[in-house]
Design a protein around this ligand. Structure first.
Ligand SMILES: *[C@@H]1O[C@H](CO)[C@@H](O)[C@H](O)[C@H]1NC(C)=O
Ligand SMILES: *[C@@H]1O[C@H](CO)[C@@H](O)[C@H](O)[C@H]1NC(C)=O
Ligand SMILES: *[C@@H]1O[C@H](CO)[C@@H](O)[C@H](O)[C@H]1NC(C)=O
Ligand SMILES: *[C@@H]1O[C@H](CO)[C@@H](O)[C@H](O)[C@H]1NC(C)=O
Ligand SMILES: *[C@@H]1O[C@H](CO)[C@@H](O)[C@H](O)[C@H]1NC(C)=O
Ligand SMILES: *[C@@H]1O[C@H](CO)[C@@H](O)[C@H](O)[C@H]1NC(C)=O
Ligand SMILES: *[C@@H]1O[C@H](CO)[C@@H](O)[C@H](O)[C@H]1NC(C)=O
Ligand SMILES: *[C@@H]1O[C@H](CO)[C@@H](O)[C@H](O)[C@H]1NC(C)=O
Ligand SMILES: *[C@@H]1O[C@H](CO)[C@@H](O)[C@H](O)[C@H]1NC(C)=O
Ligand SMILES: *[C@@H]1O[C@H](CO)[C@@H](O)[C@H](O)[C@H]1NC(C)=O
Ligand SMILES: *[C@@H]1O[C@H](CO)[C@@H](O)[C@H](O)[C@H]1NC(C)=O
Ligand SMILES: *[C@@H]1O[C@H](CO)[C@@H](O)[C@H](O)[C@H]1NC(C)=O
Length: 549
């Protein structure tokens, strides 16, 4: 904007007008138009709002007005989180001056009035998210040319979506996440303003039943910052046009049937912070130049068919916080990857790949790590003492690898004071179960809730240090070669409610103490399950189960 002294007084006037406009809705003389008052009353919200007590509807809760000629017209109806239920009455279409309508987080049900969009042609903002609205969306009329923000997420709308070019041109936010919309991808309407570029910045189509490919034309949505269409039935390739979206920060497409290779063109998305393509059918290598995405924070590509090595350039993504690549066919020596340059890494899951080598020593310099899952990746070697530098480490799963030195591992990990979940299933084959006298004196694992040491073919007796784990909820020692008797003190662990000791070589009877296990006999029996809130990553415990990987 350009300013000069000559315009200063006119700016002052504008400022004055601006403030008096702000004051209008509160001023005592303002009285709302009869038609608006009548429409509001016939909305008949349930439960009723405290509305009729004053004749001036502009002072009613959630209502704001603006002067229009001699009348004060209702421009804003803002009633989120009011526990309102029932159908949204067609009377709402008589509030023809409405610009902002927010009825989100209520319990409205049934269809919307058919002429909603044609009657409320001044609407800028429409937020009906988090209700139980059903049926088809009313048709966008050619008069719907002011709507900038549309949020219909978390409802039960169905049918397909058609947006005329006139409306598409002005929309900046289009959020229909979590509905039952079907049919072809509305991108073909939203990004196809007769070859004119659109204003759309946030597009959220996730959790619906959209089918077909990501249509051509998506490149015309050149202002797009967020593109989310996860958990639909989208198929085909990622079109090259997506890489024209230079402002894109989030590309979120998990849970579809997308396939093909990820082109190196992805590095054109220089503002990308999140790339989430999990649970698709992508194949080929992770682009070797991916390190050029220097703003990348979240890279999630799990459950696909990616092959090749972890690209060394990834170490340039210094902002990386979540790296989830589990269930692919990645190969290579993991200890050759240098994690040192990823200080913000919080979640790491590279499990169920074909990596080799030892646990990378450089990983221990990622001080922000809260969760590590490197299960089922053919790792060899030992856990090294440097791991205690990971002060926030809460979740560690290294199951189904070829690690050795169980006693050393347990002694070291007892120094990781934040650990709540430790899964070492199927390692340390035929070693003695860690059971040194002094392990019990280390006061380790005081926060541990889940401990899985199954399928290791451990020999020896149930270790006595387990008796100190007062927070333990789940213990798996199955599929070992543990001998001796089942100790009665297991029954006094106050929070233990899941214990698998099957397939061992125990002698003697089942100790009666176990029948009195506090967590099992408490009133809430049956409600017990491992609280997922503290699990940073998915957990697979049982060693005899094929999904345990
Ligand atoms: C209803 O609104 C009137 C006027 O705005 C106010 O004085 C009164 O306290 C309100 N009553 C309740 C129960 O909120
Ligand atoms: C809208 O207002 C008109 C005139 O005031 C009235 O006749 C009509 O019934 C109203 N429509 C609805 C749906 O309330
Ligand atoms: C509607 O109200 C809710 C609750 O205050 C708010 O979170 C949401 O951002 C509002 N919607 C819009 C589009 O501003
Ligand atoms: C859409 O929802 C309405 C109301 O729940 C239902 O009657 C109709 O059959 C649904 N249509 C489709 C195509 O699912
Ligand atoms: C394209 O946009 C320009 C500028 O916003 C406008 O003048 C023109 O009419 C638009 N063309 C079409 C076909 O919508
Ligand atoms: C849709 O996407 C936006 C932008 O990423 C995100 O903030 C939002 O949580 C998503 N879901 C809903 C229901 O808005
Ligand atoms: C990976 O590729 C194989 C062979 O082409 C195929 O059978 C399998 O379904 C693919 N997996 C995924 C997750 O796409
Ligand atoms: C790992 O490699 C082996 C042998 O090449 C192959 O049989 C197996 O399917 C691969 N596993 C994964 C997860 O790629
Ligand atoms: C890893 O990178 C850091 C920082 O760039 C460097 O100092 C270190 O020598 C590297 N380590 C290995 C094993 O290459
Ligand atoms: C890991 O252990 C399995 C089972 O004992 C063995 O078949 C495999 O060869 C070992 N792999 C490595 C890399 O040592
Ligand atoms: C096992 O680990 C402990 C602790 O790191 C170490 O002191 C010990 O030497 C290791 N034992 C073997 C056989 O490597
Ligand atoms: C593994 O466990 C899951 C969940 O409990 C079960 O659905 C599946 O059938 C099991 N698989 C095998 C091979 O036992």
């Amino acid at each position: 904007m350009e300013h000069n002294k000559a315009s200063a007084s006119s700016n002052l006037n504008k400022l004055f007008l601006f403030f008096s406009f702000l004051l209008l809705p509160c001023s005592a003389s303002a009285a709302c138009a009869q038609v608006d008052r009548a429409s509001l009353l016939s909305l008949a919200f349930r439960p009723p709002l405290n509305w009729s007590s004053s004749t001036d509807c502009c002072s009613w809760e959630g209502v704001s007005c603006q002067q229009d000629d001699d009348d004060h017209r209702v421009v804003r109806l803002w009633l989120p989180w009011r526990r309102l239920s029932g159908v949204i009455s067609p009377s709402i279409t008589n509030l023809t001056h409405l610009t902002h309508l927010n009825l989100s987080h209520n319990s409205f049900s049934g269809p919307l009035p058919n002429d909603l969009f044609s009657s409320l042609s001044s609407l800028h903002v429409l937020d009906l998210s988090y209700n139980r609205l059903t049926s088809h969306l009313p048709v966008f009329s050619s008069k719907t040319t002011r709507l900038e923000t549309l949020d219909l997420s978390s409802n039960l709308f169905n049918g397909s979506i058609v947006v005329p070019a006139s409306a598409a041109a002005i929309l900046t936010t289009f959020n229909v996440r979590r509905n039952n919309f079907a049919g072809s991808n509305p991108i073909s309407f939203l990004c196809n303003n007769r070859n004119n570029h659109t204003s759309l910045t946030i597009l959220n189509l996730s959790v619906n039943k959209f089918t077909g490919e990501i249509p051509p034309g998506v490149g015309a949505c050149s202002k797009l910052q967020v593109f989310r269409a996860g958990f639909n039935y989208l198929s085909g390739y990622l079109p090259g046009e997506i890489f024209d979206l230079a402002d894109l920060e989030e590309l979120y497409l998990p849970g579809n049937r997308l396939s093909g290779h990820i082109s190196k063109g992805i590095v054109l998305l220089t503002k990308l912070k999140m790339l989430e393509l999990s649970s698709n059918k992508f194949s080929g290598p992770i682009p070797s130049n991916i390190g050029k995405l220097s703003r990348l924070e979240n890279l999630l590509l799990s459950i696909n068919n990616f092959t090749g090595h972890l690209p060394p350039s990834l170490t340039n993504c210094a902002n990386l916080s979540t790296l989830i690549l589990r269930f692919n066919h990645l190969t290579g020596d993991l200890s050759a990857f240098n994690f040192t340059t990823l200080p913000r890494l919080t979640m790491l899951d590279l499990g169920n790949n074909n990596f080799t080598g030892e646990l990378p020593q450089s990983l221990y310099s990622c001080k922000s790590l809260k969760a590590i899952r490197l299960a089922s990746t053919q790792l060899t070697g030992q856990i090294s003492p440097e791991i205690v530098a990971l002060k926030s480490l809460s979740f560690l799963s290294l199951s189904i690898n070829n690690l050795t030195n169980a006693t050393g591992a347990i002694r070291i990990l007892m120094g990781c004071k934040s650990l709540t979940t430790l899964v070492l299933t199927k390692n340390f084959l035929l070693e003695p179960v860690p059971n040194d006298e002094n392990l019990a004196e280390l006061d380790g694992f005081l926060n541990l809730k889940v401990l899985a040491l199954g399928g290791c073919l451990f020999t020896g007796q149930v270790p006595s240090w387990l008796a100190k784990l007062k927070n333990l909820q789940a213990l798996d020692l199955s599929y070992n070669l543990i001998t001796g008797s089942i100790p009665g003190w297991l029954g006094s662990l106050p929070n233990l409610f899941y214990m698998d000791l099957s397939n061992n070589l125990f002698e003697g009877g089942f100790p009666t103490e176990l029948c009195g296990m506090p967590a099992l006999t408490s009133k809430e029996t049956g409600d017990h399950k491992v609280q997922e809130s503290f699990l940073e990553l998915p957990l697979f415990v049982k060693p005899n189960n094929a999904t345990n990987q």
